[in-house]
Design a protein around this ligand. Structure first.
Ligand code: MIC
Ligand code: SF4
Length: 639
């Protein structure tokens, strides 16, 4: 029986467990990446492990999220990360060099290798044929120290691409179509593997747009084969040595299949407030808009920017619209400057931002009250833009640019022939903003620069055999990490200070949660389905840990968040009968007895009032040991 590409790469990296779907396996990690919003914590954790030098083939620390720096905190974090990188053998991509995923694709990604990153959009690397997975900071710290990374051996979904995209229809529309069909829960426990003739019609950055936003399916990751298109890209990046051809066997067996006819797709938009709320631009009609933001790790490649510049050339941004553009990397921005496309953007009235995450994470450019914003990003969760009542639509760069000119949502297929956008034969290669680590024999001399806002990892608590406490909060389905631990310019500077950031935990849903939980001392949270979707931020587990949350009980969890809870020593439990969700309210007293036996058996009983409710806790032996130790950090220190 033939193998899928996913299975081939996993097989070459498995170090623990068996090749059985649904069971836990440990894989060797070749590369890691961090960004600054999760990085400070990840490096504090790495330091706490006491390992002098990273054991990966390549680890890179990027600064791209917290670049507004309205206060000393972010700059302090940048300096801390830079110094840790230098000391411990990590490459350091300085602020200004670009968004982690874009730069990693350009300069470091290698087909067939494994990559984990403390950012949920790490699957961008799947565009190059990597198994690239988003993880919590602690998991990345462990991998940097040479430890295995644990995932549930995934199902593999074959997404067969046939035909070719029509002019002005984009890679963004492909992933929006997948999201429309499968929903934000559709990828849980699965890897999306793209195959078929249509694959050959997509460049590496286009493939990366698709694998990037595969994160919004809840998928473990997404992957494309490594073929002559991959070689062409790597050659243009001066990295042809990194190339290996890779594909699934012709007789590979998949768990599920989906066919997408590229030629049948039209421009689409994900409507508020979920990436799977997809409608066609035609269907939505000429909706008046207030803001357009182009950029983010999903859509900020050179080709994307060239299309935008082409549409803007000789035009003026509509008087009622603010247009911002953030090219994804210094390489992209520099090339736009050299070839004149940047001048076209500036002349049209675009507000050109630095190469960073920027508005995607609410770092500036919040829309006006009730504003309608078109964004080429990957997430439009409620409040993420920084304006609570804004309506954010996710679209392709083509739709975004044309709409910015017209002042209303516009369909670019009316533009007629599309000029050919060839990838350059050589990208502009200048790695002068990537700092190399100190040589091993000089590492001792490197001083770690720690700012006053950088606080140690919070206190951890080993699992207790009996837990009696109150329900401090009850929330609905599809709670995102942006609800649990909001981002944005005000809160992001607190990422290296858990006591302070905890004061904002869940305030999007309930302003009084942090003080209530702290007062209770010990509590549990009740949630609906797909709890914790979105970001990899472990702060969404560390803040609850700090606030005394002992267990989160839901209908189901998103993958990375469930892992982060266990890593923080908090039990993720699910209702055996989802209807039991209705039997528990905020403020109820609950009791979990014989917890140690229950976690071994995989089933726990919760007493609420007189009622007994069955909960599932299908933890592996490793996870039970982590919980008993009080989280992954104490567990790793013990082992
Ligand atoms: C995001 O897009 O939500 C982020 C900000 O990149 C996060 C990481 C974080 O919260 O720091 C992610 O996707 O993991
Ligand atoms: Fe940055 Fe946005 Fe990408 Fe997250 S999704 S890494 S915030 S650009």
């Amino acid at each position: 029986m033939g193998l899928t590409l996913t299975e081939k790469i996993l097989k070459a990296h498995i170090v623990d467990g068996e090749f059985v779907k649904g069971t836990e396996i440990g894989i060797r990690i070749d590369q890691t990446l961090t960004q600054d919003a999760t990085g400070t914590m990840a490096y504090l954790e790495f330091e706490a492990m006491g390992i002098p030098r990273v054991k990966t083939e390549r680890s890179v620390a990027y600064i791209d999220h917290n670049t507004l720096q309205n206060g000393f905190e972010n700059a302090d974090d940048h300096r801390f990360i830079g110094s840790v990188a230098k000391k411990h053998g990590i490459y350091f991509s300085r602020p200004g060099n670009g968004i982690c995923h874009q730069v990693h694709l350009e300069r470091f990604g290698v087909p067939g290798k494994t990559l984990i990153g403390s950012d949920s959009h790490t699957p961008t690397g799947g565009g190059l044929g990597m198994i690239a997975i988003g993880a919590g900071g602690l998991d990345v710290a462990v991998a940097m120290g040479g430890g295995a990374y644990y995932i549930t051996y995934p199902k593999v979904v074959k997404i067969e691409l046939v035909g070719k995209l029509k002019p002005w229809v984009a890679a963004k529309d492909v992933i929006l179509e997948v999201l429309r069909r499968l929903s934000v829960k559709g990828g849980v426990g699965k890897v999306m593997e793209y195959v078929g003739e249509g694959v050959k019609t997509l460049s590496v950055p286009e493939r990366a747009t698709i694998t990037n936003m595969g994160a919004e399916l809840g998928a473990t990751t997404s992957i494309f084969p490594s073929d002559e298109i991959t070689l062409e890209f790597l050659k243009a990046q001066g990295r042809e040595d990194a190339y290996t051809p890779l594909a699934a066997d012709a007789d590979a067996v998949y768990d599920e299949e989906l066919v997408i006819d590229l030629s049948a797709l039209a421009p689409m938009a994900a409507c508020p407030h979920s990436p799977d709320n997809v409608k066609s631009v035609e269907e939505l009609g000429k909706m008046k808009i207030d803001q357009v933001c182009i950029g983010s790790c999903t859509n900020s490649s050179l080709a994307d920017m060239m299309k935008v510049a082409h549409i803007l050339r000789g035009k003026t941004v509509h008087p009622n619209v603010s247009l911002s553009i953030a090219p994804g990397s210094k390489q992209v921005l520099n090339m736009l400057a050299e070839n004149g496309a940047l001048a076209d953007m500036i002349a049209a009235g675009a507000r050109v931002l630095e190469s960073a995450c920027g508005p995607c994470i609410g770092m500036g450019q919040s829309p006006n009250s009730g504003g309608i914003s078109l964004r080429t990003f990957n997430r439009n969760f409620l409040g993420r833009s920084g304006t609570k009542d804004a309506q954010v639509y996710l679209v392709s760069p083509e739709v975004a640019a044309l709409s910015a000119i017209n002042g209303y949502l516009s369909n670019p297929t009316t533009l007629g022939d599309m000029p050919k956008m060839e990838m350059p034969e050589k990208f502009l290669i200048n790695d002068n903003m990537i700092e190399l680590p100190a040589p091993e024999n000089e590492a001792d001399k490197v001083e770690i620069l720690r700012g006053p806002n950088i606080k140690p990892f919070p206190e951890t608590f080993p699992l207790e055999n009996s837990i009696s406490c109150k329900v401090s909060l009850k929330v609905e389905d599809n709670i995102t990490t942006d609800h649990i631990m909001p981002a944005g310019a005000k809160i992001l500077p607190l990422r290296s200070n858990i006591p302070e950031i905890s004061k904002h935990c869940f305030t999007v849903c309930d302003e009084s949660f942090p003080s209530r939980a702290k007062e209770l001392g010990k509590s549990v949270i009740i949630g609906g389905a797909n709890y914790g979707q979105g970001s990899s931020r472990e702060h969404a587990a560390l803040a609850p840990l700090y606030l005394g949350v002992k267990a989160v009980i839901t209908k189901s969890f998103a993958r990375i968040h469930a892992a982060n809870l266990i890593n923080a020593g908090i039990m993720p439990l699910t209702f055996v009968n989802p209807d039991d969700y209705d039997k528990v309210k905020e403020g109820d007293d609950i009791c979990l007895e014989n917890v140690f036996d229950a976690v071994e058996k995989g089933e726990m009983t919760m007493t609420v009032g007189g009622e007994k409710i069955k909960l599932a806790c299908a933890f592996t032996d490793r996870q039970i040991d982590i919980l008993k130790a009080g989280g992954l950090l104490p567990y790793t220190k013990q082992n």
